[in-house]
Design a protein around this ligand. Structure first.
Ligand code: HEC
Ligand SMILES: [Cu+2]
Length: 478
């Protein structure tokens, strides 16, 4: 056995050297993937998002055994919002499968006896009827096996295709299968698995408790949630993707929909390389890449500067109001040649005049009473804070802390003033939930800070404090 392997290895080295000596691009005969020979058999290593199995490298084509267990189980879609997910492998998205072109993939689909429904699998990597769906319908307590040969390198969606198809997909039955080209993909420092999808629930976004699937909203293509990796906040805070300055990162990015197209973007970064639609065409220097429903893209970026970079669907209300928001946290040394941060701050006077550093609030917005302050503060809130802390101060689980009934807020007014003036970062808890994000310093006058905080303190079950401009000035001077 050992001997045959070393002979194989030897002959492939000889082949490789022959190629590199004689073979220019023109002379190299394209390999017909249907003719690629199989050398042995392996059990596929499968991973849960955001992790991916190790690269195939230069291994020969093999029979690759993939075993997927379908589990119908309750999980958390957002803070306090429960959902019964249907999964390939216990999580949404399903297990990541990694193969190379010419492999014979032997898929065994096991339907757990505790499940209620029959399911199947349609893999976009399959060349064959229904992508395997016809051959893989399996009832609870049964298993079924089918086999196919990978003919096209690329990153492919797989999903359940049992009627009603839309419902099986919307409930979480999807994942990605990668088919690497001969010799593997170019090496990078880190690889991640991210998948965008929508959820349609009976209750509206944020409504707590167990939420059933809404067929009506799904047909209307009006999701309550648009998320990365199966739930709101799957990729933020402690679960953020990570990298170090100078590293290259590849994201295997899928979008199942089931309805929406994704405009995938990373705020403050660029994609150096994008395998457009996860095919073999590579585009460079891309800001936002379009991923169709039922499609994917492979994006690569080198991270040059430290910071927290937000992954978003740039259909931006989906990101800040429906959950399509993740984080890539990059650690390392600042490079002032590349990014200097805020270097000056002032007030813009269209009619001219020198740049000033402070600006007295215009007369009209000076509050005469506490009620006045609350009214004026609401305007500041709607302009400035709402994008992150949301309409009723409820925040976004794991990303933006709530201002409604916030124990952190109510415990210390000077600390709250300081947060608004100077921003805040670092791990801490609000009402027992941990957060580790970045709140930027707000460019507001003392009057505006006083008004907005008074508005916040006098709403949503907070302690009704009044903040005055002189309290703000005092914190500023400390
Ligand atoms: C760009 C998003 C963003 C904006 C805009 C923003 N915040 Fe925040 N805010 C955050 C984040 C993130 C944190 C938590 C920071 C951390 O993890 O250390 C936070 C924390 C806070 C906290 C302390 C935690 C709590 O829940 O009590 C207060 C108070 C606060 N913000 C008030 C405001 C007010 C008032 C405004 C508008 C003037 C505002 N923020 C605008 C993102 C934002
Ligand atoms: Cu199904």
């Amino acid at each position: 056995m050992k001997k045959s392997i070393s002979i194989l290895a030897l002959s492939s080295i000889v082949l490789l050297t022959a190629c590199s000596i004689n073979g220019t691009e023109e002379e190299k005969k394209p390999v017909d993937p249907t003719q690629i020979m199989i050398h042995g058999r392996i059990t596929a290593e499968l991973t849960d998002a955001p992790n991916v199995p190790p690269p195939v490298g230069d291994r020969r084509a093999k029979v690759v055994e993939v075993s997927l267990e379908i589990l119908e189980k309750e999980g958390e879609l957002a803070d306090g919002v429960k959902y019964v997910y249907w999964t390939f492998g216990g999580q949404v998205p399903g297990k990541f499968i990694r193969t190379r072109v010419g492999d014979e993939v032997k898929v065994t689909l096991k339907n757990n006896p505790n499940n209620k429904l029959a399911h199947n699998i349609d893999m976009h990597a399959v060349t064959g009827t229904g992508g395997g769906a016809k051959s893989s319908l399996v009832a609870p307590g049964h298993e079924v096996t089918f086999e196919f040969k990978t003919l096209h390198p690329g990153l492919y969606i797989y999903h359940c295709a049992t009627a009603p198809v839309g419902m099986h997909i919307a409930n979480g039955m999807y994942g990605l299968i990668l088919v690497e080209p001969e010799g593997g993909l170019p090496e990078v420092d880190r690889e991640y698995y991210v998948m965008q999808s929508e959820f349609y629930t009976k209750g509206k976004n944020g409504q707590p408790g167990l939420q059933p699937f809404s067929m009506e909203k799904a047909i209307a293509e009006n999701p309550d949630y648009v998320v990365f990796n199966g739930k709101v906040g799957a990729l933020v805070g402690d679960n953020a993707l990570t990298a170090n300055v100078g590293e290259t990162v590849r994201i295997f990015m899928g979008n199942i929909g089931p309805n929406l197209i994704s405009s995938f973007h990373i705020i403050g970064e660029h994609f150096d390389n994008v395998n457009v639609e996860a095919g073999s065409l590579v585009n460079h220097d891309v800001q936002t890449t379009l991923i169709p429903a039922g499609g994917a893209a492979m994006v690569e970026l080198k991270v040059e500067v430290p910071g927290t970079f937000l992954l978003v669907d740039h259909s931006i209300f989906r990101a800040f109001n429906k959950g399509a928001l993740g984080m890539l946290k990059v650690q390392g040394k600042e490079d002032e040649k590349l990014f200097k941060g805020k270097i000056e701050e002032g007030v813009y006077h269209p009619e001219g005049g020198a740049i000033q550093v402070t600006n007295p609030a215009p007369k009209a917005s000076i509050a005469a009473s506490k009620d006045d302050r609350i009214t004026l503060g609401k305007q500041v809130y709607l302009k400035t804070c709402i994008a992150c802390h949301q309409q009723n101060g409820q925040g976004i689980p794991s990303a933006f802390p709530p201002l409604s009934g916030s124990d952190f807020l109510n415990a210390d007014v000077n600390r709250a003033i300081d947060v608004v003036l100077n921003g805040k970062t670092g791990p801490f808890t609000v009402n027992g939930k941990s957060f580790n994000g970045v709140m930027p310093a707000q460019v507001l006058t003392n009057e505006e800070v006083a008004n907005v905080l008074t508005y916040v303190y006098n709403n949503w079950g907070n302690n009704k404090s009044e903040i005055t401009p002189s309290m703000v000035a005092e914190v500023k001077n400390q």
